[in-house]
Design a binder for this molecule. Structure first.
Ligand code: NAD
Length: 384
């Protein structure tokens, strides 16, 4: 059984799906592992390090993809017209593809996996259950994104974060507001607090209040009965009513004009990110303020975010950079690779045989295509 790890060819992607550590463990499980030459270079992993771990290194992408029983990737493979090669077309029928396949962003690719006879498993769909915590790529990557978002803000912020009392005068601490207190938001709060900022945060899920406060943040939230039902069974946020949105906008407007930095992380799975900061609110912030919009790839939480760009509007810098975890590629790859190892390990049974339990809750939640068909209930074509 051969596992293949290739170079990530999509723009802004510096991560890699395996490390020498995980390669060693795959080999101990009985797999052969082949790594494309320079696959780890952007994560500071040399070809030699993979080779020392027991992998074979190859520059021949055509034979690598053609020989993979399991292809491990960070992002979805390139399709026709998307880049230098059509990675999907080079894979053999029946192969397993394990990656963050962005199924909601790219639903049309799912039919192509099915047509190519690929069994596609998407890691964003790993359920948030205790047994799957070590496989949770959203958590491992969002945590790093939340941390890095604060550093991106500081990098363009012309003032200091902590209060400083000096002989030449006192510098006031920065005020940071975090919108969306999930995994990324909580890490942003912790990071901003460590740097000495005064931090407030908001979310629609009432459960996040305690978490924000335990990190020393002030929780601001619309008081409404609606928050009792704002969370899905999986712990994710739901889209709120128009009345709630109006009241939330008033609250955010009131809070934001006193802030120096806003970190936006609010997401609703499968939907465009909720709008939380409008043009008027941006204009109410003082020059020198910074907004980091981690939701930029899902349309952004701020109406003036330019996805993929950094813009300045009336002295307010809005950072809408894509793929923030990739900016910490060495750590992001190490955690992602560990998540994948933990996902694949249960596929080896007690007799060291590769057997996928398709009924398993974690596998069933992640399989998009199998035996030439789309099998995931969210994407199955509806019969006429
Ligand atoms: P996410 O990335 O989907 O969204 C980020 C945050 O934005 C969430 O906290 C969400 O409630 C919030 N949000 C959405 N719409 C909003 C709005 N209109 N206004 C303000 N905030 C809004 O979330 P996530 O970080 O992936 O976390 C989702 C859930 O999963 C949380 O309940 C978290 O505690 C839980 N979780 C569980 C596990 C586990 O048990 N293994 C691991 C990680 C996360």
């Amino acid at each position: 059984m051969k596992i293949v790890i290739t170079k990530e060819r999509r723009a802004h992607e510096r991560r890699v799906a395996a490390t020498p550590d995980t390669v060693k463990k795959f080999i101990a499980l009985g797999f052969d592992v082949a790594v494309e030459q320079d696959a780890g270079i952007n994560s500071r992993i040399s070809n030699q390090a993979y080779q020392d771990a027991g992998a074979t290194i190859s520059a021949d992408i055509v034979s690598l993809l053609g020989s993979a029983d399991i292809l491990l990737k960070v992002q979805r493979p390139l399709l026709a017209g998307e880049g230098e090669i059509n990675e999907l077309a080079l894979m053999k029928r029946g192969a397993l593809l394990i990656a963050m396949l962005s199924p909601y962003a790219e639903p049309s690719a799912i039919q192509q996996y099915a047509d190519a006879g690929i069994t596609a498993l998407t890691l964003e769909f790993v359920p948030r259950i205790t047994r799957a915590q070590s496989m949770d790529v959203l958590s491992s990557q969002s945590n790093l994104a939340g941390y890095r978002a604060v550093l991106e803000a500081i990098n363009v912020y012309d003032r200091a974060m902590p209060m400083m009392m000096t002989a030449a005068g006192t510098i006031a601490p920065a005020r940071v507001m975090v919108l969306g207190a999930g995994v990324a938001g909580l890490q942003a709060i912790a990071t901003a607090k460590r740097l000495g900022a005064i931090v407030s945060a908001t979310d629609v899920r009432a459960a996040s209040k305690e978490q924000v406060e335990s990190l020393g943040g002030k929780f601001v939230m619309v008081e409404s009965d609606e928050v009792k039902n704002a969370e899905t069974a999986g712990g994710y946020a739901k889209e709120m009513s128009d009345d709630y949105k109006r009241r939330q906008a008033e609250l955010v407007a009131e809070t934001l004009k006193k802030q120096d930095i806003a970190i936006c992380t609010a997401l609703i799975p499968g939907r465009k990110a909720p709008t939380l900061i409008n043009d008027e609110m941006v204009h109410s912030m003082r020059p020198g303020s910074v907004i980091v919009d981690l939701a930029a790839e899902q349309g952004g939480n701020c109406t003036l975010t330019k996805p993929g760009e950094v813009v300045e509007i009336n002295g307010v810098t809005i950072i809408g950079l894509f793929n923030i975890p990739s900016r910490l590629s060495a750590d992001a790859s190490a955690l992602y690779a560990k998540n994948i190892l933990n996902f694949v390990t249960p596929m080896i049974d007690a007799d060291k045989q590769f057997t996928v339990n398709w009924q398993d809750e974690i596998i069933a939640a992640t399989v998009l295509t199998r035996d030439g068909n789309i099998v995931h209930p969210n994407f199955k074509p509806t019969s006429a």
